[in-house]
Design a protein around this ligand. Structure first.
Ligand SMILES: [Zn+2]
Length: 238
C-alpha cells in the first residue's frame, strides 16, 4: 500500500498547508481518509475524484471533514455515476445533517465489531477518546496493515488498533511544553510511544498549526529513531 499525506495540520491550516486528509492506495483501491480543509486540491494532484473508491471520516470535526462539501461538487461534475461510500461515526450534529444532504455520498455508520471490505482492502474500526465520537481505523491489504488513530487521547483501545500494523499514523498535536492531560489529543511524545505497542513505525500527524517541523522532529528523535513527522505531499510505502 501507499500512503500520501494530503494535510497534516489541526485545527486549522497554516499558509500553504492543509488540515487532516490522507490518500491510501492499494493495488486496486483508492481510499480517502479524512477530508480536511485544503486537501481536495492535493488529492486532485494524485487521482481523479471519480477514482475515489471510498472515504473514511474518523470523526465529524471540521478540520477532518471541511472539504467534503467541495468534494461533493467535484463529484457532481465528474463522470462518476455511483455514490461514494463514506464510513463515518453516527454522531448526531449539524455536520452530519449536511453530509446527509449531499447526494454524491452513501453514508455508512461505523460499527465497531465489524469487518468491512472494499476491493482488495479489509478494514475495521476502534473507538477512540475525543470530545466527539471518534474512531481509529485499521486497514489491511495482503500482508500489509496500516492504522490511523484519528484524533484521540491515550486510551486502552489503541493497543487493539495498532496490533499487527506496519505503519501507524498517529495524532500528536502538542509539543510537551503545551501538553496538559485535559487536552483532547495526544502529545508528540505520546504518539511516538505508541511504537512500543507494535513492531512498526509511527508517523506523527495532526500537528499544531503554529509549530515548526524542526521543533516537532526534535521531540520525535528524542524518543525514537524510526518514527517520523508527516510531510505534506510525501508518499510512504507500507
Ligand atoms: Zn477532532
Amino acid at each position: 500500500m501507499k500512503l500520501t499525506i494530503l494535510g497534516k495540520y489541526g485545527p486549522f491550516p497554516p499558509v500553504n498547508g492543509a488540515t487532516s486528509g490522507y490518500l491510501l492506495q492499494s493495488d486496486n483501491a483508492n481510499a480517502v481518509i479524512d477530508c480536511g480543509s485544503g486537501t481536495l486540491n492535493r488529492l486532485k494532484g494524485k487521482i481523479k475524484v471519480e477514482d475515489i473508491d471510498f472515504i473514511v471520516l474518523s470523526h465529524l470535526h471540521f478540520d477532518h471533514i471541511s472539504d467534503m462539501g467541495v468534494l461533493s461538487y467535484a463529484l457532481a461534475f465528474s463522470k462518476k455515476k455511483e455514490k461514494v461510500n463514506v464510513y463515518l461515526p453516527a454522531f448526531e450534529c449539524k455536520a452530519l445533517e449536511t453530509l446527509k444532504s449531499m447526494a454524491e455520498f452513501n453514508l455508512i455508520f461505523i460499527e465497531e465489531n465489524k469487518v468491512y471490505y472494499e476491493k482488495d482492502l479489509e478494514f475495521s474500526f476502534y473507538k477512540m477518546t475525543h470530545p466527539v465520537l471518534s474512531y481509529g481505523v485499521k486497514i489491511s491489504s495482503g500482508e500489509k496493515t496500516f492504522a490511523y488513530t484519528g484524533d484521540t487521547t491515550v486510551n486502552c483501545n489503541i493497543r487493539n488498533l495498532v496490533s499487527n500494523a506496519n505503519v501507524v499514523l498517529c495524532d500528536g498535536a502538542f509539543l510537551q511544553e503545551d501538553y496538559l492531560e485535559t487536552k483532547p489529543h495526544m502529545s508528540v511524545i505520546q504518539a511516538v510511544e505508541v511504537e512500543k505497542l507494535f513492531g512498526g513505525k509511527v508517523i506523527v500527524t495532526h500537528v499544531g498549526e503554529g509549530y515548526k517541523d524542526s521543533q516537532v522532529e526534535s521531540e520525535i528523535k528524542s524518543v525514537s529513531q524510526t518514527a517520523e513527522l508527516a510531510i505534506e505531499g510525501k508518499t510512504y510505502s507500507i
